[in-house]
Design a protein around this ligand. Structure first.
Ligand SMILES: Nc1ncnc2c1ncn2[C@@H]1O[C@H](COP(=O)(O)OP(=O)(O)OP(=O)(O)O)[C@@H](O)[C@H]1O
Length: 453
């Protein structure tokens, strides 16, 4: 599947107005204090604007109806707000308790008015509505230990609600802020868990497109869970099973967080699921170094830096040779030279002759063909247990979040937990009656609900 970015990026003149990092500075092993002080939420940076391709501009939104449950299984009054956990683009994420069962959920709220009202940054309303439905539809079809679970969705006149599994260990962002950086084994462990999730998504034809520390949560056992599927894209072909993410030729516009975004997306070139592996490279680099490989106030600055560094990002000397090799293979700016992890996940199914010719290709710097899971950095990973979820169920991850009381949300930033759960006046007055959100409500199957509660 090849996506294209339809933003009019051509007109951008790239000026490096951002401060270049002095090479020596980058090469120093970062002290935790130094890094923690400087870490800022990437969602606060400019995101790429969305301009949908002309053919996709339409007023009515036709997604969701076919798959939606017709019943409204839950209503807002079924849940008691406990405290705020986060703030998203269209509303808050709140820890809530089901009044009848006392079960806790993370309730993602989206203001209908915010979604539907035209604004200059994201002019295409139907695209935004489509994305909201995509998040609900994609999540309702997934069941993976490293992907957040969706139990219910419903809506009222002012908001849409997604009732998600509450992941109490907080954002990886929060833990990076506390610790500054992670050691290589810890980073490799989380890289492996994210890899399992990405591989699973790609097999289902889903490209995640928004990998960053804010979207990686830790569960109570210290395992990584991906949340926020608002930018994920599923291929239209539900039946393709072989390599579906490569099979679909739809065009799509995209937003993303520039610091973790693949260069082909920033440049407006066609892209594939491979962009997620570049983002994983950026994320792991960030875990080890304290910041992603290219930083800047906006995507122009970042793209400029990527283009300047002919041989790819500078990887600090203090990382092991194995880690340097792994990062280098994922952070290739040419996507054709980047490790095709989905394809080379395990030992290759090639004949001796074929692998010989591939080796030649590799020597010419064209393509990495060695199996991903047996790379040196993953030598301590039990892939079998991790892929079937036994590890996540039975063993602790490398960072154990401090949890004395689930309702305290101790691993979430005070910036969010101190927010009022209730809406302010401006928010509550915005009610909205429209058919565009018809079919949003959903309830997970009884067996799914039983399995996780
Ligand atoms: N299932 C969950 N359990 C615990 N906290 C969560 C959960 N889902 C989201 N959060 C918290 O809420 C924050 C915002 O959620 P999310 O990223 O889904 O919103 P968003 O509107 O898509 O945000 P953004 O505009 O930054 O992309 C997360 O970063 C996280 O801190």
């Amino acid at each position: 599947m090849v996506f294209t970015l339809d933003e009019e990026l051509d007109e951008l003149t790239i000026t490096d107005s951002d401060n270049e990092e002095a090479p020596q500075q980058l090469l120093q092993p970062p002290g935790a204090d130094h890094v923690a002080r400087r870490r800022r939420r990437s969602s606060k940076l400019e995101k790429l604007p969305v301009i949908a391709p002309p053919h996709s501009r339409r007023l009515s939104v036709s997604v969701g109806e076919g798959q939606a449950s017709s019943l409204d299984p839950k209503v807002l009054s079924d849940f008691k707000p406990v405290r705020a956990l986060g703030q998203g683009a269209y509303g808050k994420v709140i820890l809530v308790k089901d009044d009848s069962t006392s079960k806790l959920y993370a309730m993602k709220q989206l203001q209908k008015a915010e979604i539907i009202i035209e604004n200059e940054d994201t002019p295409d309303v139907s695209k935004r509505v489509e994305r909201i439905f995509a998040e609900r539809t994609i999540l309702s079809q997934l069941d993976h230990p490293n992907v957040v679970k969706l139990f219910y969705t419903f809506h009222d006149n002012s908001k849409l609600y997604l009732l998600l599994q509450y992941i109490p260990g907080g954002e990886l962002f929060y833990h990076l802020k506390e610790r500054g950086t992670l050691d290589e084994d810890t980073a490799a462990f989380y890289a492996a868990e994210i890899s399992c999730a990405l591989k699973f998504l790609h097999q289902k034809g889903i490209v995640y497109r928004d990998l960053k520390p804010e979207n990686c949560l830790l569960d109570a056992r210290g395992h990584l869970v991906l949340t926020d599927f608002g930018l994920s894209k599923k291929s239209v072909d539900e039946n393709s099973s072989s390599s579906p993410a490569e099979d679909v030729s739809e065009l799509h516009s995209i937003i993303g967080t520039p610091e973790y975004c693949a260069p082909e997306i920033l440049q407006g070139l066609p892209y594939t699921r491979n962009c997620d592996w570049y983002s994983l490279g950026c994320l792991v680099y960030d875990m080890l170094v304290g910041k992603p490989p290219y930083t800047g106030a906006n995507h122009k600055v970042i793209l400029n830096k990527i283009q300047k560094e002919k041989a790819g990002p500078r990887i600090p000397y203090y990382l092991s040779e194995g880690m340097k090799d792994w990062l280098g293979a994922l952070l290739k700016k040419d996507r054709n030279k980047r490790w095709d992890v989905d394809r080379y996940w395990a030992a290759p199914l090639t004949t001796k002759k074929e692998s010989g010719s591939r080796k030649k290709k590799r020597r010419a710097g064209q393509e990495r063909v060695s199996p991903y899971t047996t790379h040196f950095v993953f030598r301590k990973i039990n892939w079998t247990m991790m892929q079937d979820g036994a590890l996540q169920r039975g063993e602790q991850g490398p960072i154990m979040p401090v949890i004395t009381d689930l309702e305290l949300a101790e691993n979430f930033d005070e910036e969010f937990t101190s927010l009022a759960c209730e809406d302010d006046d401006r928010e509550t007055t915005a009610t909205f009656k429209s058919d565009v959100f018809k079919g949003f409500s959903y309830k997970a199957s009884g067996s799914y609900l039983e399995k996780y509660f």
